[in-house]
Design a protein around this ligand. Structure first.
Ligand code: GAL
Length: 533
């Protein structure tokens, strides 16, 4: 009998192989040694954690990496410069450990530094780890890691290239260092290695060209303050994530002493914000609650959604936040919504369906508690406990055109968090009293590339639209507005510190549009854009 491909087969392929279909990776999932063990790791410990990842069912839930962080180094051979492994912690080197990880059907990750020394040699007194970083050893070390040993992932730290964290006071330019390392990985011939940039802040939009993920903050620790601060620092970075490249909110501290509500917020928001999910606790002593939370298939599906989108802030009163993202298909009637309450009090958080571009009757599913909570036709309103979060999947009847686009959620081509934006000429988002969402984008202009771009402006029909911008300025200025590949339209700004609205008539096409603002001189603060057919 000939086997015929059925609709169900196609459904399976589409549902189970999002990577093959869309051609990019979803956020990395797995376990990493650092949070619990710091540099005190060894071969049997890593192998036991790998075994536990399989035995607990976490591998089946999607966690497929075992990442060895700092602590395995044993200096370099003086004659050959070859990297050595720690004589006590890894007396037989890394190969047997690697083979064990791979034999379980898992991928393996390794750690190094963009400079000469590692962070552990500086901060954890792991003196044997001096001069073991990638600086000057890019080609040989990459050959060792990815060809001889067969690692699949590398986290590249930065202590050795940041003069505050190395004894030699060496400072290097991160874009150059990481590009050199990316080239060395490419030279091994492998195109499937994932690189994580660990520069402890959003380093610049160049990072998308070299890495699959990048840390956006300093190190996480198992406290509510830490989790809250990391979420705060990632709220307005969604435009930089996607297509296989993600903001890394750091390894998970779930199961390491925070309150249950805080653990839930931590895990759920990492899922909503498309962060890599690297478990950081001891997998051999997981509590049932921790295992259940980090195995939640509906939250994991949100994180591993084939669109690979990070949620953006749809609404805030300055203390609580509503975040939203499309899942499965862009601009469809299904959207994921987070109601996030970082305050110390119970807060009622509400969002109208119109504020998230849905209409009609919408079914609501609670993804954290995995239950249907009924239908709504106007607004979702929930009493959210202190430090708590509700994550809901809404399926409405219609999808409406979005009319308001905040500037702080847009793509800033020169955005970076390493240098003073005034010196290097990079736009950034900043709080401003009286601004919609409490935020504006500041410092656009002066260089043509220092622009602001709304990349996903969807309209229902071809036509001319009135596109308005709310700006705050203190002197006359001029901005240029571009729609798609069209010619720029010059908009004069009077300069009003209380805010003013300027309009442009733009030709937009049905479906997706790109709208961009640039300025010859410094642009006023940009608050938001509205689109009226
Ligand atoms: C830090 C990094 C941590 C960990 C540590 C190792 O710089 O942010 O995640 O890798 O170094 O020493």
């Amino acid at each position: 009998m000939r086997y015929k491909i059925s609709k169900f087969d196609i459904f399976l392929v589409v549902a189970l192989c999002p990577l093959a279909v869309l051609g990019f990776d979803t956020p990395t999932m797995g376990w990493s040694s650092w949070n619990t063990y710091r540099v005190n790791i060894n071969d049997s410990l890593i192998c036991h954690q790998a075994d536990a990842l399989v035995e607990t069912g976490l591998k089946n839930a999607g966690y497929n990496h075992i990442n060895i962080d700092d602590g395995y180094f044993g200096g370099r051979d003086e004659a050959t410069g070859m990297l050595k492994f720690h004589p006590v912690r890894f007396p037989n080197g890394l190969k047997p450990v690697m083979d064990h990880i791979h034999s379980l059907g898992l991928k393996a990750g390794i750690y190094s530094d963009a400079g000469a020394n590692t962070c552990g040699s500086f901060w954890d007194n792991d003196t044997i780890a001096r001069n073991v970083g990638l600086l000057g050893h890019e080609i040989n070390d990459c050959q060792l890691f990815f060809i001889e040993l067969g690692f699949d992932f590398i986290k590249v730290d930065y202590c050795g290239a940041d003069g505050n964290q190395n004894k030699q006071l060496y400072y290097y330019e991160p874009a150059e260092r990481y590009a050199a390392i990316a080239r060395a990985i490419a030279e091994t011939g492998r195109d499937d290695v994932r690189m994580n940039v660990c520069r402890w802040a959003f380093p610049g939009t160049w990072v998308r060209d070299v890495a699959t993920s990048w840390r956006t903050t300093t190190d996480i620790n198992p406290s509510w303050e830490s989790v809250r601060n990391i979420i705060a620092e990632n709220l307005y970075l969604s435009a930089y994530a996607g297509n296989g490249h993600y903001n890394d909110m750091d390894m998970l501290e779930v199961g390491r002493g925070m309150k249950p509500e805080e653990d839930r917020t931590h895990f759920a928001m990492w899922c909503m914000m498309s962060s890599p999910l690297l478990i950081g606790c001891d997998l051999t002593t997981l509590s049932p609650e921790t295992l259940e939370l980090i195995s939640n298939p509906e939250l994991i599906a949100l994180n591993q959604d084939a669109l690979g989108l990070q949620s953006y802030v749809a609404k805030t009163d300055g203390t609580t936040y509503v975040l939203v993202k499309d899942v499965e298909r862009r601009d469809s009637t299904t959207r994921a919504v987070a109601l996030y309450n970082p305050t110390d009090f119970v807060r009622r958080i509400s969002v109208g369906l119109d504020e998230i571009q849905l209409a009609g009757n919408a079914s609501v599913r609670d993804l954290i508690n995995r239950r249907n909570v009924g239908n709504i036709s106007d607004a979702l309103s929930v009493d959210v406990p202190p430090h708590g979060t509700g994550i809901y999947l809404l399926k409405g009847e219609c999808r409406r055109m979005r009319k308001l686009y905040e500037a702080e959620c847009a793509f800033l081509s020169r955005y970076q968090e390493l240098y003073n934006p005034g010196y290097v000429g990079s736009a950034y988002y900043a709080p401003r009293v009286g601004a919609s969402g409490g935020m504006v984008v500041r410092n656009v202009g002066l260089t043509p590339s220092n622009d602001i771009i709304w990349n996903n402006v969807r309209v229902d029909d071809d036509g001319t639209y009135t596109v308005s911008f709310k700006v705050f300025g203190d002197r006359p200025a001029e901005i240029m507005v571009y729609a798609n590949d069209g010619v720029g339209i010059k908009l004069p700004i009077k300069g009003n510190p209380d805010g003013e609205i300027v309009n442009a008539q733009l030709q937009l096409t049905k479906g997706n549009n790109v709208i961009r603002i640039a300025a010859r001189d410094k642009a006023p603060d940009i608050d938001y854009m509205t689109i009226i057919p």
